[in-house]
Structures are given as structure tokens and as C-alpha cells.
Design a protein around this ligand. Structure first.
Ligand code: SAM
Length: 278
């Protein structure tokens, strides 16, 4: 008979589609814990039945009230409790960090059982640089908040990983093309499921492809880093600025051109002022 697990919090990653992706350690742990905290008990019931885990479940979200968190914390000093989410790694665009923080503050043991994560799986499929990447989770659906976030990170030399839904895909790709300039990207769908797919192209090409045909299923977008550029010549700069200044204020034109040519905004702005005689 298995030894009982020592008390503490066990963060357990679960599959993101294919039930066969549960790790042996995750399945064994879920079968031995005293209780399982789940985002949606109905969703997790299928996985638990599949592996034969019978521990009682409690619904847990980071917005669950403090009284529930306090009860869980009290139990954690004497019981082994697992935290799972509907799919993938808990805490990654999923509940859990408040509980982990509270458990650490209370001196409770916290263990993690690594496994599937859609962001990491998508990076392995995209064929884009993986040496540096930024995980952005879900971006706001509100246009202003979304473009502020995109502007904040536009000059980072890193790939970006974004969770997205089918109906918003095309609009969201177009917003990124506008804010990030020309970039290679990949739309990855239904990882580890029957209709797994990875479609690559520029952000603009992908936005057009999905404009009239929003795809079904779960989606991750991976966006490559800004292209390496040789230093733009003064002629290149003047040409791009003249085109942009016909539409935009000097400040906005400079921002757009700096992004397009991969040069500091200060250089573009100084030249924009000279071109407009300001
Ligand atoms: N914690 C999860 C993880 O480790 O990836 C992510 C949870 S988040 C609430 C759900 C989002 O992850 C989906 O909307 C989708 O963007 C992405 N996702 C989850 N499973 C996926 C799959 N099989 N294929 C593609 N994307 C997936």
C-alpha cells in the first residue's frame, strides 16, 4: 500500500487535450491526495474518472472568498491537497497564485508537478525563435487597453505568446500588425487534439486569412521578434517620414517610422521636426 502523501499543496498540471498527456506522477498524486481543488468540478470529473482518482473536490478560484482560503490553509497543515485547473498548468492564465502566496506565507509545503502548458507547446510548434519569449496571456478585448499593452512591448527583441479565442482572432492579429510592424507569426490551434494545426505567415497575412472564417477551438498566437535590420539610411528615413507625415502628426509619424525601421524614436522625431519645419 502507498505511503500517505505528506501534508501540503500539490500544484498538478493536467492535459490540454489529449488525456494521454497526464504524467505518471500527476496521476499517482491525484489518486493519493486527500482533496482536489478544481476550477470547474464538472470539467475535472472526466479526467479524475479516467485516472481513477476518487478524492473529494472543492471548487477554487483566486476570487474565492478569504474564508474559503483560510479553511484550505488550515487543512493544508494536516492534509495533502492538489490544485488543478480545467486544463494545463495551474496559475498560467488560471487560478492559484493567491493560494500559493498564502500557503508560502503560512509556512505550508508547496510542490509542483510540471506538465502540459499550451504556451510552451505552441512555442515548440511555431518555428519562431524561442531563446527569449514573453508570455502575455489573454490581452484585453478593449481596443485602448490592448493597444497600450502592444505599444509597451513593441520594441522588445523577443517572441511573444498570446492566448486568444476564435471570434477575436482576426481583429487581434490586425491590431498586432498595426502596433508591432511586420512580423512572422503562427496561429496554433487545438494542440494535442484531433484537429491540431499550426498556420504560419506574417501578422497581416494571418489577419486576412481568418477575417471571414474565424476558426474553432482553442488558440495560441506566437509572434516572432522584430526583424534584424541594418541601420536605416537618412534617405530611407526621409522617405518613410514623408509618407507618414502626410497622414499623422510629427510625434505619431516618428513613432510609426521608428517601429518600421527599427531605429530610436528620438532620431525619427528630430528628423520629422526638421521635415515639417517645426
Ligand atoms: N493553464 C493553461 C495552460 O497551461 O496552458 C491555460 C488556461 S487558459 C484559461 C486557456 C487558454 O489556453 C485557451 O483559451 C487557449 O488560448 C489556450 N489553450 C488551452 N488548451 C489549448 C490547446 N489544446 N490548444 C491551443 N490552445 C490551448
Amino acid at each position: 500500500m502507498d505511503q500517505p502523501l505528506s501534508p501540503g499543496l500539490y500544484i498538478v498540471a493536467t492535459p490540454i487535450g489529449n488525456l494521454g498527456d497526464i504524467t505518471a506522477r500527476a496521476a499517482a498524486t491525484l489518486c493519493r491526495v486527500d482533496r482536489i481543488l478544481a476550477e470547474d468540478k464538472r470539467v475535472s470529473a472526466k479526467l479524475l474518472a479516467h485516472i481513477g482518482a476518487t478524492a473529494p473536490m472543492t471548487a477554487y478560484h483566486d476570487h474565492s472568498d478569504d474564508a474559503l482560503r483560510d479553511r484550505i490553509l488550515a487543512d493544508l497543515s494536516v492534509k495533502a491537497i492538489a490544485l488543478i485547473s480545467d486544463a494545463g498548468t495551474p496559475l498560467i492564465s488560471d487560478p492559484g497564485y493567491k493560494l500559493v502566496r498564502a500557503a508560502r506565507a503560512a509556512g505550508v509545503a508547496v510542490h509542483t508537478l510540471p506538465g502540459a502548458c499550451a504556451a510552451i507547446a505552441a512555442l515548440t510548434l511555431a518555428g519562431l525563435p524561442t531563446d527569449r519569449f514573453l508570455f502575455l496571456g489573454f490581452l484585453s478585448a478593449k481596443t485602448k487597453a490592448r493597444s497600450e499593452t502592444i505599444a509597451e512591448i513593441a520594441t522588445l527583441r523577443a517572441s511573444m505568446v498570446v492566448y486568444e479565442s476564435g471570434p477575436r482572432l482576426s481583429e487581434s492579429l490586425a491590431a498586432r500588425a498595426a502596433g508591432l510592424g511586420p512580423r512572422d507569426a503562427a496561429v496554433i490551434r487545438e494542440i494535442s487534439k484531433l484537429h491540431e494545426e499550426c498556420v504560419t505567415g506574417s501578422l497581416t497575412e494571418l489577419a486576412e486569412r481568418y477575417a471571414d472564417a474565424p476558426p474553432r477551438g482553442e488558440i495560441v498566437i506566437v509572434i516572432g521578434p522584430p526583424p534584424e535590420r541594418s541601420e536605416a539610411s537618412d534617405d530611407d528615413l526621409d522617405q518613410a517620414l514623408d509618407e507618414a507625415l502626410a497622414r499623422l502628426s510629427p510625434s505619431r509619424a516618428a513613432a510609426e517610422v521608428a517601429l518600421l525601421l527599427g531605429i530610436p524614436k528620438k532620431r525619427a522625431y528630430a528628423r520629422a521636426l526638421e521635415r515639417t519645419g517645426a
